[in-house]
Design a protein around this ligand. Structure first.
Ligand code: PFF
Length: 449
């Protein structure tokens, strides 16, 4: 049995877990959902769902992880008493493992596109027009090559382990991401047309607020954005020292995730309206926003292209920002099956990482070859259905299966004063009763509407 990895500091954990949370979901998913779902109205619902549902479930994942000091399959069995709950824990753990591998397989394809577009900005600068055209045109070879390169980056970091790989790279890349994001926001804000984007972003269209699509999209977004349900936060929780106040750490991760999503909105939504100002169509005839892929891969690049050489530099920064956000998330996903296999076999971490990386590339390859059929289906199976349902499973395990006294003593480790907090008084009953009901109601609504 190998020695378990651990984050070397509080900040290391926050950066790694926030790195997992902050990804394409924040920089691409959130702003495009805001733009198509009533602007600030969506932001409001998203914030409410994040605080009322996603944060409590994130805490369940982190606390179960730290208590069990293991992966989700073993952890859910470990906190169960009877054979039925042990079996359900095991099956749910395997379901989570499958889902996280599937998420990683489509995520690597999309992240590969970001790398290809970043490279295209350089080849454009160098006057290599044909190469840029190839890099930005949708094709199976391009999708495969860049998915492969992105997967190599992910495997390269994860095989180094928790503190030397994941923590070190998250700590380097997250500040860089913030700097790039803020610079781009300032730049785009100075362009003509940006003001209208800011208006849409801050003035809510309340007519859309109770629309079921909006609620479900906000729920999915909240779960995806905090990397919930699939064991990522659970395994990261297991690498947190027992001396730390895990409740505060969880809150910090949630705040960073929300903060970056909101910042990304300040970039993408004004950028859309700048593009519109320059004559690019961003709404269909029915008044709906064009789909998110077209927005990121057509509208935004067109906006940059119109600026000449400077545009290429900005475009390089933009797509590198996306790729950085993606890699700090993909390493957290790969860590889930890697940790599971390392903890349940005698194989060395490095070999396991390369092997699982190869399996995920094979799944990505089948998606690339059957793109029309599989890409959308895998995304909805994993993010729309599985993540909320696995969130439900976690809240049931934390609320009903796990012995209450042992949850409470785990929460208290590292912060005995928590006994006087509101969190202590509310959270245990809240995950037990309220979280499952909210998820079930919303899920029912989404499936039967
Ligand atoms: N939270 C990531 C994002 O917003 O892009 C996506 C993600 C990461 C989902 C890790 C699931 C996961 F386990």
């Amino acid at each position: 049995m190998s020695v378990r990895g651990q984050f070397s500091s509080k900040l290391g954990f926050v950066l790694a877990a926030a790195g997992s949370a902050v990804g394409l979901g924040n920089i691409w998913g959130f702003p495009t959902q805001v733009a198509s779902n009533g602007g600030a109205a969506f932001v409001l619902v998203y914030l409410i769902l994040t605080f009322l549902l996603a944060y409590p479930i994130l805490m369940a994942e982190l606390v179960i992880g730290r208590y069990s000091q293991s992966n989700m399959v073993n952890a859910l069995q470990g906190i169960s008493q009877g054979p039925v709950s042990k079996l359900s824990g095991k099956l749910s753990g395997y379901w989570a493992l499958t889902v996280v591998c599937l998420i990683l397989s489509f995520y690597s394809i999309v992240a590969g596109w970001m790398l290809a577009y970043a490279l295209a900005s350089i080849t454009d600068l160098l006057g290599l027009e044909q190469t840029s055209l190839w890099l930005t045109a949708f094709s199976t070879p391009r999708n495969l090559i860049f998915c492969f390169i992105f997967s190599l980056l992910t495997v390269g970091i994860v095989h180094k382990g928790v503190s030397d790989g994941i923590e070190k790279w998250s700590a380097r890349l997250m500040p860089l991401l913030l700097i790039l994001l803020i610079s781009l926001i300032i730049f785009v804000a100075t362009l003509d047309g940006a003001a209208l984007g800011w208006e849409v972003y801050v003035i809510p269209d309340f007519a859309k607020i109770l629309h079921s699509d909006l609620l479900i999209s906000a729920l999915g977004q909240a779960f995806f954005s905090l990397s919930l349900g699939v064991g990522t936060m659970l395994i990261y929780g297991s690498y947190v020292s027992k001396k730390e106040n895990i409740v505060t750490l969880g809150a910090q991760v949630t705040l960073v995730d929300i903060g970056i999503a909101i910042l990304a909105g300040m970039l993408i939504i004004p950028a859309m309206y700048v593009a519109q100002h320059n004559g690019v169509t961003i709404f269909t005839e029915a008044g709906e926003l064009i789909n998110g892929d077209r927005l990121i891969f057509t509208v935004i690049p067109e906006l940059f292209t119109a600026m000449g050489d400077l545009g290429n530099v900005i475009s390089f920064v933009f797509f590198s920002l996306m790729a950085i956000a993606a890699v700090t998330s993909s390493i957290s996903m790969l860590e889930v099956p890697v940790a599971y296999t390392v903890e349940n076999s005698s194989q060395p971490r490095s070999r396991v990482t390369w092997l699982i990386g190869a399996i995920i590339v094979l799944i990505s390859t089948s998606i690339v070859f059957n793109f029309e059929l599989l890409f959308g289906a895998v995304i909805s199976f994993t993010t729309q259905y599985s993540q909320p349902l696995l969130g439900l499973v976690l809240s049931l395990f934390a609320g009903w299966v796990w012995r209450r006294d042992s949850i409470l003593s785990e929460l208290k480790l590292g912060c005995p004063e928590i006994e006087h907090s509101l969190f202590w008084k509310i959270w245990p009953s809240y995950v037990r009763f309220v979280c499952p009901v909210i998820i079930l109601v919303m899920f029912y609504h989404s499936v039967f509407n």
